[in-house]
Design a protein around this ligand. Structure first.
Ligand code: GAP
Length: 515
């Protein structure tokens, strides 16, 4: 088992054990690619959403919010292209009866070459030690160069087949590469066919096609159809944006990798309406702005990268992903798309209603162009959690080494901001004072009072859920009204007066620090 896999398994187990994420309907053995957020998960997720919302809406006078319904008029999805084109290529294995995404089978093949390449790089790193120049090694080592060329060729070929919708070409590629069913090894494949990812349901008492509704596969369309409602009621002038956080649903064929690819998930999307011809300027602005949003969380540069789309969707004239190094490799975390006037024009055609803007500066009326930023909240949650989880060895008070699992979450995102812990559980004077401190602080932050174990155990538990500060109440507290404030990452402890606690913790955990 690779260390990458081990790290990922550990993350999934940690998320469950400490009440962040549970499989949905677990007592019935779960439901594929659907997950529930537990007590700490919901707090962390809400904080991620707040960070996004405040960065977008509160920090920009020209961005306003919206909360559109999940159900929309069915013609919406005809206009957006989702009824006709929101498909994944599906392939069945005739022997195992297992169903796969044809493109993911090829990607799995490419990942194996990537793994070989990385192994070669790791060998180089070990051999050359301190003097290892990774960039040069990647550019000159014959085998690494060969692997990299092969990866590029396969990616380009796959991209072209997908953008042309060439299903026969995809089947040929799978056969040519001799790709086998990952679970059984069988190469007995069906033809590749298109599979629409939208979930359909029925409206009230209307029978048949007329009442067919879809669960929205993206939140963006709720913004497009409300473009004029919002513009008129807020008197926004172009350029301006509309931001929304909400659930989206996709009937993913193969859902792997925990909350990375779910069937019910949450998106944080912003559509920025601009004058035609200025879209590339804004595209570049949002590309940098969104990358900085990620870096503000302290994520190292090496863990984030841009990946330009080689094959653009029919509505886009530029598109880039912000990729994060998940435990299973670099993957898309967020997309920034220049969507032209495709969506608004298409809604005009299908609805017969004008979706235009009169520009008081140029005295022209036009359909605005749109630059979109779109990030999955759950994917962001996974990125935050995987960046935060660390196993460390620490030296206890008696000088003994032990290991701890710690979530080094940015304090503003941490579910619980501080824990109040009496040094001794059976000492009423300590527990009473600790409870009083808890009652004082709980109006300002999520806090926990805990006296259910030894102080060492209590610290470990708070480390595991990422609590940035622990307050210990001891006998000195009774004499001088001071407590020990322990910082999660440095483990430094300082003595501070009780009446300064609120101010100190507020300063250190305030979302303001990220904005
Ligand atoms: N409105 C544009 C749009 O929906 P997308 O690339 O399909 O674009 C945007 O999705 C983001 O939503 C992705 O970057 C990803 O973070 C998230 N996302 C997409 N599908 C997802 C899924 N099945 N599970 C979790 N997150 C998903």
């Amino acid at each position: 088992m690779s260390t990458q896999n081990d790290a990922f398994k550990k993350l999934v187990a940690h998320a469950k054990e400490y009440g962040f994420i549970f499989p949905s309907s677990e007592i019935y053995d779960g439901l594929g690619a659907v997950y529930d957020y537990g007590p700490y998960g919901v707090l962390l997720k809400n904080n991620i959403k707040e960070y996004w919302w405040r960065s977008m809406v509160q920090m920009h006078q020209n961005i306003v919010g919206l909360d559109a319904a999940i159900f929309m008029h069915p013609t919406t999805w005809k206009a957006s292209g989702h009824v006709d084109a929101f498909n994944d290529p599906l392939i069945d294995n005739k022997d195992s009866k297992k169903r796969y995404r044809a493109d993911q089978l090829v990607e799995g093949y490419i990942e194996k070459i990537e793994a070989k390449m990385e192994k070669e790089v790791a060998k180089g790193r070990k051999r050359f030690g301190e003097s290892f120049d990774e960039k040069q090694f990647r550019e000159t080592h014959p085998r690494v160069v060969q692997y990299a060329t092969r990866i590029r060729e396969l990616q380009e070929r796959l991209g072209q087949l997908l953008s042309e919708g060439d299903l026969e070409g995809l089947k040929n590629m799978i056969e040519e590469l001799e790709i086998a069913d990952p679970e059984t090894g069988s190469r007995n494949w069906t033809e590749v066919r298109q599979f629409n990812l939208m979930f359909a349901t029925q409206l009230g008492a209307v029978a048949g096609e007329g009442g067919k509704l879809y669960l929205r596969p993206e939140t963006a369309q709720g913004i497009f159809v409300n473009f004029l409602n919002v513009q008129k009621t807020t008197r926004q002038k172009i350029p301006f944006g509309i931001a929304q956080i909400g659930k989206a649903f996709r009937n993913e064929i193969v859902a792997r990798q925990f909350i990375f690819r779910m069937r019910e998930f949450e998106q944080m999307e912003m559509q920025f309406f601009v004058r035609p011809g200025t879209e590339m300027e804004w595209y570049n602005y949002w590309k940098e702005t969104r990358m900085n949003w990620h870096k503000k969380l302290g994520t190292p540069d090496s863990e984030l990268r841009f990946h330009d789309h080689d094959n653009l969707a029919h509505y886009a004239n530029a598109a880039v992903d912000i990729e994060y190094r998940f435990p299973f490799g670099f993957r898309e975390l967020e997309g920034i798309h220049s969507r032209t006037d495709f969506d608004l024009s298409s809604h005009e055609q299908h609805s017969g209603k004008k979706l235009r803007y009169f520009d008081p500066e140029t005295k022209e009326t036009y359909v605005p162009y749109v630059v979109e930023t779109s990030i999955g909240c759950d994917r962001m949650f996974l990125a935050v959690l995987s960046g935060a989880l660390q196993e460390e060895s620490v030296r206890g008070a008696e000088g003994k080494e032990s290991s701890r699992d710690v979530l080094k979450l940015p304090p503003a995102l941490a579910p619980v901001k501080c824990a109040i812990l009496p040094l001794k559980r059976n000492e009423e004077r300590l527990t009473k004072t600790a409870r009083e401190i808890f009652d004082r602080l709980k109006r300002s932050f999520y806090c926990q009072y805990d006296d259910t174990g030894s102080i060492g155990k209590l610290y470990r538990r708070q480390d595991a859920i990422g609590t940035p500060y622990c307050i210990t109440v001891d006998f000195e507290t009774l004499d001088d009204q001071t407590v020990t404030l322990r910082e999660r990452d440095s483990l430094q402890q300082e003595r501070i007066p009780i009446d300064q606690l609120e101010k100190v913790i507020a300063e250190k955990t305030d979302m303001k620090n990220l904005l």
